[in-house]
Design a protein around this ligand. Sequence first.
Ligand code: ATP
Length: 610
Amino acid sequence: MSSRQADMPVGLLADVFERIEAITSRTQMTALLVGLFKQTPPEIIDRVVYLIQGRLWPDWKGLPEIGVGEKLLVKAIALATGVTEASVEGLSKSLGDLGKAAEQLKSKSTGRSQGVTLLSYTQQRTELTVNRVYETLVRVAMAQGEGSKDIKIRLLAGLLKEASPKEAKFIVRFVEGRLRVGIGEATIMDALATIYGGGVAARPLIERAYNLRADLGEVAKILASKGLEAVKEVRPEVGTPIRPMLAERLSDPGEILEKVGGDAFIEYKYDGERAQIHKKGDKVWIFSRRLENITQQYPDVVELARNHLKADEAIVEGEIVAYDPETGELKPFQELMHRKRKHDIHSAIKEYPVKVFLFDLLYLNGHDYTVETLPVRRSKLEEVVDKVEEFTIAEYIRTNKVDELEKFFLKAISEGAEGVMVKALHGDSIYQAGTRGWLWIKFKRDYRSEMVDTVDLVVVGAFHGKGRRGGKYGALLMAAYNDEKDVFETVCKVGSGFKDEDLDKLPEILKPYMRDRRHPRVVANMEPDVWVEPALVAEIIGAELTLSPVHTCAYGKVKSDAGISIRFPRFIRWRPDKSPEDATTSNELVEMYQQQLKKITGETKPSEEA
Ligand code: ATP
């Protein structure tokens, strides 16, 4: 990193940090920052902002961290102050703070107390500057591999040698990642607005730029060196994450539709990881909800974006969801977490395959789409995505009717989604980066509960497998027994939980019972690849009981146009000891569902939180 000419003493920064420790009001904090920024040359204001934030660059850049643990830091302090490591450790223990220990040792080693004036210091030593500190810390971070520990210690010791006691304290805290001076982004933006925007009234403009480019250092630099007009001109940039738009939540579908203006897009709310996908030529970046760079974790998604986003430059948003390629079923979020825990990414990709469901387009070939309405963004997204099974657009409908919303919600849940997102599509329905507002409203089941008991269900159909299960059966259609009508009513399609040998044996097990048509005692809306006579009973567990428009179990009993279903069902074992009439009854499932509801309302009431 090259030295920049404009510079300032890092002591000014250390002063602010120290004074901030002693004050409590945000106004005072802003005033201190205003004072600091006034003395900061525009060329280095980005560095000053990063240092205030306790980092060297925005986290999403994915650059190395400082990588100096306490042990190394102790070594560096010992080296810089000429005492033993044991005495550094001892002092740190008694003061409860390694930063303070460094400060004390420094004042002893220079033979001066903290009270000494800046002037007398400058006569004593070369003054440490922001660039010198910043660039040295960057070198510390960049030192990697063999011998890097020694390099890191040497660089740090050199820096601490030159530092005043107060500066040493903050350098040590910075390196420890504990520079808790508590200056938030909002305070930094207020201070910037005061100096460069003519007052806090300019803050929304600065915030807008920051929302479009999640790099406060960069925004500060544009503002300080080019002025507010240039900040107004800030557009999204491929490779720099946009702060995500967030949703409000409501639990009444009628109120939700009213709030978004009647007509709305209703989309599946997938239970996966949010991904902001940037593409420029062949290069692809993926950023998480928290704007971490997660590109390395999803080489498969990178490949999909490269091949199926038809644009030179684009920023799109979607949800990455784990799924079972053999049954096509979506899997819960936890499944993605398993993937993240695996070290070997290539085997993780195979073991935990994912699909991407895109829901927004923010930027395309030089054009900022965040200022466009949702219908415009959506139709452009349709144009840009070359849809395939694993890379497609979120399932959605457009409606202004409550019953259609409810029906779609149940369908979403029964297919493994968490609920729906209801999105405004009127003239003001822009993409509000970094904002939680009423343009998007999430409608989730306002409860969460475990299905504690297993149920015994009857096989009434089977589906052909795909992928590794090609040529075999991949999932079974399961039913409960309606003992009043003496029929079997479908509850779920189960494709998980089978061991390989279970699957291998399925054709043989099913063969005696296979039929061309639905058995007259089976009530189903769903059409399996083969029908099976109700004879075989299996034990099933799931995440919870839900309502579903596609399953017929106790249809209309709890809700007029829905039956009871099981979310994320898993096969446990066969129950050859049970006849189909011994299976769990539809009425029992109604009871279990009501029990679950009772438990949920009982649990959630006190906090009013879902
Ligand atoms: P937050 O609202 O702050 O993100 P949260 O984690 O509780 O908090 P969720 O309730 O999960 O948020 O709802 C928002 C998230 O839903 C989005 O961040 C996104 O990851 C996910 N999501 C799934 N499907 C969609 C969709 N169709 N449109 C928008 N977001 C979706």
